[in-house]
Design a protein around this ligand. Structure first.
Ligand SMILES: *[C@@H]1O[C@H](CO)[C@@H](O)[C@H](O)[C@H]1NC(C)=O
Ligand SMILES: *[C@@H]1O[C@H](CO)[C@@H](O)[C@H](O)[C@H]1NC(C)=O
Ligand SMILES: *[C@@H]1O[C@H](CO)[C@@H](O)[C@H](O)[C@H]1NC(C)=O
Ligand SMILES: *[C@@H]1O[C@H](CO)[C@@H](O)[C@H](O)[C@H]1NC(C)=O
Ligand SMILES: *[C@@H]1O[C@H](CO)[C@@H](O)[C@H](O)[C@H]1NC(C)=O
Ligand SMILES: *[C@@H]1O[C@H](CO)[C@@H](O)[C@H](O)[C@H]1NC(C)=O
Ligand SMILES: *[C@@H]1O[C@H](CO)[C@@H](O)[C@H](O)[C@H]1NC(C)=O
Ligand SMILES: *[C@@H]1O[C@H](CO)[C@@H](O)[C@H](O)[C@H]1NC(C)=O
Ligand SMILES: *[C@@H]1O[C@H](CO)[C@@H](O)[C@H](O)[C@H]1NC(C)=O
Ligand SMILES: *[C@@H]1O[C@H](CO)[C@@H](O)[C@H](O)[C@H]1NC(C)=O
Ligand SMILES: *[C@@H]1O[C@H](CO)[C@@H](O)[C@H](O)[C@H]1NC(C)=O
Ligand SMILES: *[C@@H]1O[C@H](CO)[C@@H](O)[C@H](O)[C@H]1NC(C)=O
Length: 506
């Protein structure tokens, strides 16, 4: 139960010197610092914090379970648990609702989001969504936007920090470096999707303000990418406006070796060996990048290949979902999946010939291993991460990838594939809609489809090879599908979701 409450940002900023806000730990073993470097406030009017959560090792520090701040919150948590007990009574009917979502009859009182505000539906039969919005009430954004932030945790073997940008048209970008508050202008188009950042964006031991903010004149998708010798990884960057205040950190225990034991601190180190995962709440919107310096996903004695930095931008608890199909990953059938709850949740998980029902408490996690595909249904929204295992002979290392839920699928994606890897995309789609997927205007060659069903829901998942650079994929029937991008290289790998639908809150 490690709960960190961030202080009001400006308070930390009052004096011009480097300031530490210390969260004391009652066992007296560790002090956790988070910090604001002088003149931070000059950088942002509407401040966004960046947390880089670095999980390096299980063995370095003695384990701290209670922070002083946590004690004060216990009563609140107990109240929430009581409410949850009631919520849990609701059963699997939500699944059916989702299946019918697009066809459900809407009454006159339904609210539609028009891209700027909510309006009553009145006489029409369905909400008409503005460009970039989707869902029955247009309550989801497609995630293409003009403002992003990209940060990394420290990599190994001097990686090149990179951004990958997917844009339908030529985009002029201002890249604002935090280290000197200076913009650099770059142009991105379909032939030019990769931009190598200065290594000044990489944190090293200690606490740093490093990273970039990206502003574009047209809507784009951005991926943060560490291009390293045997240590690459990438993540889908979230638009700045979806930064949020509550996160649960899902990352696996680091199965570390050698340099993995170095205790590196980025902005905020978090050690979590307890069954209940760390909750981060912040008084201002923040992003959380999570990863390891070096992880194998499985114990060393059964690992194949090398270790990897496992970077993902963690989705906040207000951008989670409750139905998931884990994708078929080309070359990697062996896979560990971590389910992370925010609130107490009933789970129904299906893979192979197994059908498992479980109840997890708030902030608990559960891992399962499978080698086909899996179906996950939860009574509350959860975070699902996939950790495809490494391959023998250096054909590809393990990695970490966020699994967006079925309600977060898009029906069209613009995405970017990094150069230098044997890359693939994976798709999950309703079984009767496989034929509608158009990749760069053509029907992809689909082989080895995995099918999975639960009740009336039938899904298929498959993967196809993909070339470097910019791509566009869409469903000609406007059916929503899940899309992931990943690739192998000698003792190397990367992987990230290509995009996802974000819930609009206003
Ligand atoms: C589940 O929902 C259905 C339909 O609303 C209801 O008839 C049934 O009693 C519910 N079951 C439980 C265990 O709550
Ligand atoms: C519904 O009616 C209200 C009041 O006349 C109007 O302001 C609103 O724009 C209408 N909504 C739509 C979606 O047309
Ligand atoms: C919606 O409003 C229109 C116009 O006021 C009315 O004719 C229609 O019956 C209403 N429909 C429903 C389902 O209430
Ligand atoms: C950097 O560029 C952005 C977007 O063009 C602009 O809003 C911002 O003021 C610039 N910052 C500096 C320090 O020039
Ligand atoms: C990309 O390259 C192709 C082939 O060289 C060229 O035809 C096309 O105009 C280029 N596109 C852009 C946006 O520069
Ligand atoms: C600001 O920092 C970036 C990255 O370190 C560097 O590339 C750029 O030249 C610097 N700009 C100025 C004006 O110092
Ligand atoms: C998957 O794991 C099993 C059991 O550990 C192993 O025998 C098999 O070789 C693995 N398959 C791949 C493709 O790594
Ligand atoms: C799996 O379990 C759920 C709930 O226990 C049940 O509704 C469903 O029918 C089961 N499916 C199969 C294939 O056994
Ligand atoms: C998949 O996993 C099952 C049980 O975990 C095992 O029996 C089977 O051999 C595995 N298949 C492959 C191809 O690794
Ligand atoms: C968890 O429970 C709280 C309190 O009921 C609620 O506000 C929040 O939306 C829930 N979050 C998830 C992910 O279920
Ligand atoms: C599909 O496969 C055929 C034959 O193997 C090949 O000619 C064609 O180019 C492939 N299409 C795509 C989109 O890869
Ligand atoms: C999966 O579903 C697809 C589409 O219906 C079908 O073509 C394929 O044969 C199925 N595969 C298996 C292994 O059942």
């Amino acid at each position: 139960m490690a709960e960190l409450e961030m202080q009001e940002y400006e308070q930390l900023n009052r004096n011009k010197e480097t300031t530490y806000d210390v969260i004391k730990v009652d066992k007296g073993t560790i002090e956790m610092n988070h910090l604001v470097i002088q003149s931070w406030s000059q950088f942002f009017k509407n401040v966004l914090l960046i947390l880089i959560v670095s999980l390096f090792s299980a063995g370095v520090v003695s384990i701290v379970t209670y922070f002083t701040i946590c004690a004060q919150l216990e009563q609140k948590l107990a109240d929430i648990d009581r409410k949850l007990a009631k919520i849990e009574k609701k059963n699997m009917t939500k699944l059916q609702e989702t299946d019918n979502k697009e066809n459900t009859y809407l009454d006159n009182n339904t609210m539609c989001y028009n891209g700027k505000s909510w309006q009553r539906l009145n006489d029409s039969k369905s909400c008409v969504c503005a460009a970039g919005f989707l869902g029955k009430q247009c309550e989801y954004s497609d995630g293409k936007d003009t403002s992003f932030m990209v940060v990394f945790h420290e990599g190994v073997r001097s990686p090149m920090p990179t951004i990958l940008v997917a844009s339908e048209s030529t985009a002029r970008l201002s890249v604002l470096y935090f280290n000197n508050n200076t913009n650099q202008s770059i142009t991105i188009d379909k032939n030019n999707t990769e931009y190598i950042l200065s290594t000044s964006v990489l944190p090293s031991d200690g606490i740093h303000m490093v990273g970039v903010e990206i502003h574009s004149d047209v809507k784009i998708n951005v991926y943060g990418f560490l291009n390293g010798d045997r240590g690459s990884e990438g993540y889908l960057s979230m638009p700045m406006k979806f930064a949020s205040t509550k996160y649960i950190i899902p990352t696996l225990t680091a199965f570390t070796a050698g340099y993995g034991f170095k205790n590196l601190l980025a902005l905020l180190p978090i050690y979590q060996n307890t069954a209940v995962r760390t909750l981060i709440t912040a008084s201002k919107p923040v992003f959380v990048v999570s990863g390891n310096q070096c992880n194998y996903a499985v114990q060393l004695q059964i690992s194949k290949g090398g270790c990897q930095p496992f970077i993902e931008l963690i989705l906040p608890t207000d951008q989670l979902d409750n139905i998931f199909i884990t994708p078929h990953i080309s070359t990697r059938l062996n896979n560990t999946v971590r389910i992370q709850t925010a609130n107490s949740t009933k789970l129904n998980v299906k893979f192979g010939n197994r059908n498992i029902s479980k109840t997890l408490k708030a902030r608990e996690y559960w891992d399962f291993y499978y080698n086909t595909t899996s179906f996950i249904f939860a009574s509350n929204d959860i975070l699902v991460m996939s950790y495809p295992h490494g391959l023998e002979g250096g054909k590809g290392d393990p990695f970490m990838m966020t699994i967006p839920g079925v309600n977060q699928y898009l029906y069209e994606y613009d995405f970017a594939v990094p150069t230098g890897f044997d890359s693939f995309i994976s798709i999950t789609v309703k079984r009767n809609s496989i034929d509608g997927v158009l990749l760069d205007g053509e029907f992809p060659n689909i082989t080895s489809v995995l099918n999975i069903s639960e009740g009336r829901i039938h899904y298929s998942t498959f993967s196809v090879p993909i070339s470097d650079g910019a791509h566009h994929i869409e469903h000609r029937g406007k059916v929503r599908f899940g899309l992931w991008v990943y690739g192998n290289r000698f003792y190397d790998v990367y992987g990230y979701p290509a995009g996802l639908a974000y819930k609009i809150y206003h």
